[in-house]
Design a protein around this ligand. Structure first.
Ligand SMILES: NC(=O)c1ccc[n+]([C@@H]2O[C@H](COP(=O)([O-])OP(=O)(O)OC[C@H]3O[C@@H](n4cnc5c(N)ncnc54)[C@H](O)[C@@H]3O)[C@@H](O)[C@H]2O)c1
Length: 141
C-alpha cells in the first residue's frame, strides 16, 4: 500500500523518510515546489541528523518519491498522513486553515463531481475505517 505524506516540513519529511526506510512506498508532497525540487535531489531543507542519508538511500531504492502534484499523490495512496502546519494565532489557538485546505483538496483529488451530503458522510465513515485498517497494517508490518 502506498502512503502519501502531505506537507514535507519538519514533521512530514522525517515521517516520509522514516516510513520509506521501514520498507513502505511513500510519496511526499508539498505545495512548495522548491522544497520538492530540493528533497527530490536528496537534500533536506531542514537539519536533522542522518536525514539526508535516509532521503538519498530511499530515493535511489525507489521507495520514496516527491511530487508537487498533491492531488495525484492523494489519488495514488491508501493511507494519507496530513503534516501541514497549524501555527498559533495571537490567542494561542491553532490556525487550522492549512488542514482545511488539504481536506478540500482530498475531495477535489478523489472525485469528479460534488457528492450529496449523505454520500459524503458515508464516504467519510468508510474512509475512517480504511485509514484504521491501514494503520493496523502499518503496526504489524
Ligand atoms: N515541528 C515540530 O517539532 C512539531 C512537533 C510536534 C507537532 N508538530 C505539529 O506537526 C504539524 C506540522 O508541523 P511542521 O513543523 O512539520 O510544519 P512545517 O511548517 O514545517 O511544514 C508544513 C508543510 O506543509 C506544507 N503545506 C501547507 N499547506 C499545504 C497544502 N495545502 N498542500 C501541500 N502542502 C502544504 C508547507 O509548504 C510546509 O512545507 C503541525 O500541526 C505542528 O503543530 C510539529
Amino acid at each position: 500500500m502506498k502512503i502519501a505524506v502531505i506537507g514535507t516540513g519538519y514533521v512530514g519529511l522525517v515521517t516520509a523518510a522514516g516510513l520509506a526506510e521501514f520498507g513502505h512506498t511513500v510519496i511526499g508532497t508539498d505545495k512548495d515546489s522548491e522544497k520538492i525540487e530540493q528533497t527530490s535531489r536528496g537534500t533536506a531543507p531542514i537539519y536533522e541528523l542522518g536525514l539526508d542519508e535516509l532521503l538519498k538511500r530511499n530515493l535511489a531504492k525507489g521507495t520514496l518519491t516527491f511530487t508537487a502534484d498533491v492531488d495525484g499523490a492523494i489519488r495514488a495512496a491508501g493511507v494519507i498522513f496530513v503534516c501541514v502546519g497549524t501555527p498559533q494565532d495571537e490567542n494561542g489557538r491553532a490556525d487550522m486553515s492549512q488542514v482545511e485546505g488539504v481536506s478540500g483538496r482530498y475531495f477535489v483529488g478523489s472525485r469528479e463531481a460534488e457528492p450529496s451530503e449523505e454520500a459524503l458522510d458515508q464516504e467519510l465513515a468508510e474512509g475512517f475505517w480504511r485509514a484504521c485498517e491501514g494503520l493496523a497494517g502499518l503496526r504489524t508490518a
